[in-house]
Design a binder for this molecule. Structure first.
Ligand code: NAG
Length: 407
């Protein structure tokens, strides 16, 4: 990769690779005003309190309790990372994550990065947070990247009936060969195709004993103007007037329906129809299909017991959920929805991202979780996965769960 002007400038400053923690300058007042001169220690214990900086102690950094939470524009953030530290970390980040910006964008990205960096530095999440390829995005940009289009309706011809069977305490379909390697949707809003494909790959592998990776691009290019019997309009009509772009979002329901009705149940293999990450002309060839489905089933909305039953007895399940700012900084552990700004919501109307649940388990300290396969590459989260708190419908994970039946 050819470094951009901006990268070259940053590298010339010799600033990359500096750890944030080591860059606390000694002259900055510490938490609780540590480092502020308080006068000589009192001999009697009855002496007046030591002088404070400013009137009534104003101007003394008071530590975490008094600092407002992260605002949308970054207002209210701790200011104790100095510009030099942030610039050095950003230069390292630009190189590490192979970012290329022109000089104007460099300034914008540095600003967004500084907001993320401060949030990471002072987080109070139960899980791990860290830098990733989204760290130079604003939270608005990250929100706009989530292109699943929520629909209040459930569409599947079939509804999952809980089997009543005793379920295992842990399920991980990755270990049974029902889950392909983590893929990367790139900058295309095609999460819904990755979610659809994951559950079809799982159903096919379970039935035929062989993992065949299937084509998201097939769905990006071809699923257009699909209308489900229960809908008055074509899928995604509001946006269709502007463009019919598979990178501008979609629904797993329409993908299942389209595959069954317009592609005779088939979907092409990844090898025959590779991912390009942009909307192109539909080029499905039934001779290239790698799996077939006959129908699909909804799991009752918001019912995590039913989702657990479906997961354990059927296989990987497609779900839609709210991937909030918490997902932008997630770096491992059990993601637990936080109440304050940036926390993910269980409200079905907030669903904006399609993923696949591929297992569940219990962590000795963090409790019950779902294993969720994401489509942001294997460098994000836990090798491309997120463990999500189970039992509180975290991020609305159980609101729109569905799975196909393999032929
Ligand atoms: C799916 O299942 C429903 C309910 O059994 C049935 O009415 C429908 O015809 C099936 N769809 C296909 C494509 O077989």
């Amino acid at each position: 990769m050819r470094p951009s002007v901006a990268v070259a400038l940053a590298l010339a400053a010799g600033a990359h690779g500096v750890a944030v923690e080591s860059e606390h300058p000694a002259h900055v007042f510490g938490k609780g005003g540590a480092g502020v001169y308080r006068g000589p220690p009192s001999a009697t214990g009855n002496a007046p309190p030591p002088p404070r900086l400013g009137k009534d102690g104003a101007g003394v950094l008071k530590g975490p309790e008094t600092v407002p939470r992260l605002g949308k524009d970054g207002s209210g953030i701790y200011k104790d990372l100095d510009a030099r530290t942030i610039a050095a970390k950003f230069a390292w980040y630009v190189e590490q994550f192979e970012k290329t910006y022109d000089i104007e964008e460099y300034a914008e990205r540095l600003k967004a990065f500084s907001v993320t960096l401060r949030e990471i530095q002072h987080h109070d999440e139960a899980h791990k947070v860290g830098l990733n390829r989204f760290s130079d995005w604003t939270s608005d940009e990250f929100e706009a990247y989530q292109k699943y289009k929520p629909s209040p309706k459930r569409h599947a011809p079939l509804v999952h009936k809980t089997t009543g069977k005793p379920l295992p305490t842990e399920v991980d379909w990755r270990k049974e060969g029902l889950v392909a390697d983590v893929k990367d949707q790139g900058s295309c809003g095609s999460c819904w195709t990755f979610s659809t494909v994951a559950s079809i790959e799982g159903a096919h592998a379970k039935k035929h004993g062989k993992m065949v990776t299937l084509s998201e691009q097939n769905l990006v290019d071809c699923v257009k103007k699909d209308r489900l019997p229960s809908d008055a309009e074509d899928c995604c009509a509001a946006r269709v007037e502007i463009s019919r772009d598979g990178c501008d979002g979609g629904l797993m329901d329409n993908a299942f329906d389209y595959i069954i009705n317009k592609q005779k149940g088939g979907i092409d293999t990844e090898a025959a129809y590779p991912y390009r990450g942009e909307d192109e002309r539909c080029a499905f060839e039934s001779s290239d299909d790698g799996a077939k489905i006959s129908n699909w089933t909804d799991v009752p909305s918001g019912d995590e017991d039913a989702l657990m039953d479906a997961l354990a007895t059927v296989g990987p399940v497609s779900v839609a959920l709210d991937a909030s700012r918490q997902w932008q900084t997630y770096a491992g552990g059990v993601l637990t929805p936080r109440k304050w700004l940036g926390g993910c919501s269980s409200d079905p109307a907030k669903a904006d991202h399609g993923v696949a649940v591929v297992g569940y388990g219990t962590d000795s300290t963090s409790g019950d979780y779902w294993i969720v396969r994401n489509s942001w590459g294997s460098a994000w989260g836990e090798d491309g996965y997120v463990r999500l708190k189970r039992g509180v419908n975290a991020c609305g994970v159980a609101n729109f769960a569905s799975y196909p039946t393999a032929k």
